[in-house]
Design a protein around this ligand. Structure first.
Ligand code: CA
Length: 230
């Protein structure tokens, strides 16, 4: 499912846009100012951004420029003034499309779909192999980019935490002893022991679990080890 970020300070407009996009089965998140929007765009996992020009904090021009520095995802800029649209076009901000308020919701949805389809073709035609991704109940692991998201929110993982989580997620429902995991993830020369595994599991749980006392992903099998629940 495609995820869309709406950066818009007028809540009623943002909610209207969201409702129409959700009817078309998109997953939508709203950011109500420029800095929050920029932060979500850079660190969240979105396929397209709908960006209002006039925003408190950082304005739409700057948000667009900074998203573009980091990401290729389509950006549709929204403005209340036709003149502003001409101005942004002239500046070559890197937006993919522009719409003037008020616009019809069906037109917005149509443009969103068109840009997503075009972007997918573009990415697909790069000759690049798609990233290898594991997705399990809100947990997304991009093995190629070595990045992890939980419910769309990116989390930072150390190398070993990433390797351990990925190993377990790739082998779900298989119980591993701490010893096996240590040998699997750390090479023989590594300093450490099975306590290292326990510490890493704890850190991984703090990042991916809602309630670390009741883990949804990595289960402790008492007296044996761990298992990734499928
Ligand atoms: Ca605005």
């Amino acid at each position: 499912m495609s995820r869309i970020l709406i950066i818009e300070d007028e809540v009623s407009i943002a909610e209207l846009e969201r409702d129409y996009l959700e009817l078309s089965r998109f997953e939508v998140e709203i950011a109500e100012d420029g800095s929050q929007g920029l932060d979500r765009a850079l660190h969240g996992d979105f396929d397209l951004v709908i960006l209002d020009l006039m925003l408190p904090g950082i304005d739409g021009f700057e948000v667009c420029r900074r998203i573009r520095e980091a990401k290729n995802i389509p950006i549709i800029m929204i403005s209340a003034k036709k003149e502003d649209i001409d101005k942004i076009r002239g500046l070559g901000m890197g937006a993919d499309d522009y719409m003037t308020k008020p616009f019809s919701s069906s037109e917005m949805v149509a443009r969103v779909k068109a840009h997503l389809a075009r972007y997918e073709r573009l990415v697909g035609s790069n000759g690049q192999a798609a990233n290898e991704v594991i997705e399990i109940r809100g947990l997304k692991i991009d093995k190629t980019a070595r990045r992890v998201w939980i419910n769309g929110e990116e989390k930072n993982f150390t190398t070993k935490e990433f390797d351990l989580l990925t190993f377990l997620a790739q082998n779900p429902n298989h119980v591993y002893t701490k010893d096996q995991l240590f040998r699997e993830i750390w090479d023989m020369e590594s300093v450490g022991d099975i306590a290292t595994v326990t510490v890493h599991i704890k850190k991984i749980r703090e990042k991916i679990e809602l309630n670390t006392a009741k883990p949804q992903y990595i289960e402790t099998i008492w007296g044996v080890g761990y298992r990734f629940k499928m």
